[in-house]
Design a protein around this ligand. Structure first.
Ligand code: GLU
Length: 284
C-alpha cells in the first residue's frame, strides 16, 4: 500500500503549483482514481522556520486543500510539535561523531569562502562547505563557544559517506539514482535559529509517518541524495521518490511561485472558479 504526502511550509497561500503537487500525491494514494486501492495520503505542515511561518497560513492551506476536494489522514503532523524527534536523530549522529559546531554567520562564511585559496565547489544549495573549523582560528571558536554564541550543526560529509558506503534511491520518473550527497558538502542539520534543518526534519518525518512514496517537485530532486544518506546513517526505511515537473504559468512562462498572488487558490476560489475546474486544468 502506498503512503504518500504533501508537505507545505505555511509561509504563504497555496498557488496552482502547490495544487498540482497535492493532487499528484493524492492521486498516487488512489484519490480520484481508485479509492479501493487503499493508499494513504498525508498532509504535513513544515513550520520549522518560525520567522516565516504563520498559523493563519496553515489554516488557509488546509482550507484550500479541503476546497480542492482532497481527503487526508488526521491528525496533521506539524513539525514544530516534534522537535524532540529531530533532537533524538541529532543525538544519534552526534554519538557517531558525525556532527560539528559551526559558529560562522552566513556573511563570515561567504567572505571566507570567496578568498581565492578557499574557493569551494558549488553544490546544489550553494558552496559545498567542508570543515568550517579550518576557516576560523581555534581561539575565536573557543571564545564564541564559551560566550554561548549560537551555532549550526553540520554533518561531517566525507566521513558519513565513507561509513554509509555506496547508496542509491529510486525515482519513479528517472529510475535508480546513485546517491551523491557529497556534492552538498557538510550540510547543516540543525540551524542556528532552529533546532533542526529541512533535510533532517523531512527525512525523520517521512520515516516516522511510514511514507513509502515521497511526492514533491523537481526543485527538490537533489535533496534526495542527502536524505538517502541520512536514512542510511539513522537506519531508516528507504521510500521511493516521485519528483514531478514544476508547473509553469502559460501567461509568463515562469514557474508558479508565492509572489504570483493572483494565482493563489484563494484568489481563484473568490473569482468563482470551481475546484473541479482547477482539478481539470491540472489533469485530475
Ligand atoms: N516543505 C517543502 C516545501 O514547501 C517541501 C518538502 C518536501 O516535500 O520534501 O517546499
Amino acid at each position: 500500500m502506498t503512503t504518500t504526502r504533501f508537505a507545505p511550509s505555511p509561509t504563504g497561500l497555496l498557488h496552482l503549483g502547490h495544487a498540482y503537487s497535492a493532487l499528484q500525491a493524492a492521486s498516487f494514494a488512489g484519490q480520484f482514481t481508485d479509492r479501493t486501492a487503499g493508499g494513504r495520503f498525508l498532509v504535513r505542515i513544515e513550520d520549522i522556520d518560525v520567522t516565516r511561518c504563520r498559523p493563519e497560513f496553515e489554516a488557509a492551506i488546509l482550507e484550500d486543500l479541503s476546497w480542492l476536494g482532497l481527503d487526508w489522514e488526521r491528525p496533521v503532523r506539524r513539525q514544530s510539535d516534534h522537535m524532540d524527534d529531530y533532537r533524538a536523530a541529532l543525538d544519534r549522529l552526534e554519538a557517531m561523531g558525525l556532527l560539528y559546531k559551526c559558529f560562522h554567520s552566513r556573511k563570515e562564511l561567504d567572505d571566507a569562502l570567496s578568498a581565492p585559496h578557499n574557493r569551494p565547489m558549488m553544490g546544489p544549495d550553494g558552496p559545498a562547505v567542508t570543515d568550517t573549523d579550518a576557516l576560523m582560528p581555534e581561539d575565536e571558536r573557543a571564545r564564541r563557544e564559551a560566550a554561548g554564541e549560537p551555532y549550526a550543526l553540520r554533518l561531517r560529509m566525507a566521513e558519513a559517506v565513507r561509513r554509509a558506503g555506496p547508496l542509491s534511491w529510486r525515482d519513479r520518473t528517472h529510475g535508480e539514482q546513485p546517491a551523491r550527497p557529497e556534492v552538498f558538502g557538510d550540510v547543516v542539520l540543525a540551524r542556528k535559529d532552529a533546532a533542526t534543518s529541512y533535510h533532517l526534519a523531512v527525512t525523520v518525518d517521512d520515516a516516522l509517518q511510514g511514507v513509502t512514496l515521497v511526492t514533491r517537485g523537481e526543485d527538490l530532486f537533489q535533496a534526495s541524495h542527502v536524505h538517502r544518506l541520512l536514512q542510511a546513517l539513522l537506519d531508516l526505511p528507504v521510500p521511493e521518490y516521485a519528483h514531478h515537473p514544476l508547473l509553469v504559468d502559460p501567461a509568463t512562462g515562469r514557474r508558479f511561485a508565492k509572489r504570483d498572488r493572483s494565482l493563489t487558490l484563494k484568489a481563484l476560489r473568490e473569482s468563482g472558479v470551481s475546484p473541479a475546474e482547477v482539478r481539470k486544468r491540472m489533469g485530475f
